[in-house]
Design a protein around this ligand. Sequence first.
Ligand code: HEM
Length: 394
Amino acid sequence: MHSLVPTMDDIGFEELMNDPYPSFDRIRKEASAVWVSSARINLVTRFDDIMHIERNHADFASTNPGSLMNKIMGHSLMRKDDEEHQVERKAVETAFRPGVVKQYWAPRLEAISDRLIAGFEKDGETDLFNAFAAPMAAYGLTELLGFKSDVAWQDMCDWSQSLMDAVGNYTADPAIEARGHAAAASIATEIDRAMPEHRATENPSVLSSMAHAESLHSIDQIRANVNVIVGGGLNEPRDSILTTVMALLSNPDQLAQVRENRKLFAKAFEEAVRWVAPIGMYPRRVTRDVVLGDTQLKEGDQIGLCVGAANRDPSRFENAHAFDINRPRQGHLGFGAGPHFCAGTWVARQMVGEIAVPMLFDRLKNLRLHDSKPVTERGWVFRGPTSLPVQWDV
Ligand code: HEM
């Protein structure tokens, strides 16, 4: 029995921002796609439905000419399909191949992590959001892109946030839109500053990879794809560092296992990305009238794939709301799926699971949650801790 998309009016936006998981459970039980009034989009929350969508790009396209993302960032690979997508994707992938990540990026990311920890390790307490996770992600991204090393990490964070705010600016607030355009202009300036060096000498950075791509990239293509990487390659490593640390500190038995067997740090990172997906939702456009599970969708419908909800689908994951590094190895949707599967997966695994998180636990003796300052978390489209106060022995 296929019905038109049902509506849910009683899920408040603040509820989604504070803790989306009870609402995700309700939506998942209701239907394959549900119009959630406060989110202003049809949400898809079941694991199998999202897998079906990601395998059927003819019916569920990433291309979306009217999207806010195109307006603010330019027409990037994220809003393209098929051949057009593949040629640009190849240039990004070249910079993040597993071998390049291990040999070239790992030592550089290690140096950043080491320098940041050295800056506060004698203090005995800090908030890991601004002291570590945000600058780690921002400096890391500066290197990966091939920007000049004098770019301030706070500027990278500001540009990233301004772009993401402008892409989610559904109420068309002119101030938010203006900040998005200003961020894109600053990023264009950084590309212009760095590009001559990359054109002259080939190296593993994203800019070099684009400059020397098999299929010639126009400056507009380069700008749009760099905007996407600044917008989407910063908050996810930041948030996944914080979520992994928070989860381990809140589960001392699992932390003890990880300390005993360092290989489990990688597993802890992967489980953290399943448990609290840093990108909780991303959009697709329905290209023709089509049935999804128990729901009839119409051509032109916008749907939001809630991977944050699918990653807690009880039909896929036992005891899905628990953080559990010992759960059986099973693919999740935290990095997406299909042709747009995260291009930065390998470098994120290295940066967070192999370098940043293990180094924190190695260097900060008896690392623990702060005894009087609370952890705060927020978001559903993007989710993670907004502060992580910790203490350690000095
Ligand atoms: C824990 C860290 C990360 C998570 C959870 C994550 C998650 C995702 C997800 C869910 C998508 C699919 C979005 C969609 O289909 O609309 C995606 C795409 C993408 N990610 Fe990541 N990401 C992470 C880190 C990174 C990093 C560090 C970079 C680059 C430096 C990066 C670059 C990209 C790019 C370029 C795409 C677009 C791929 C395409 O359209 O073909 N990501 N990411």
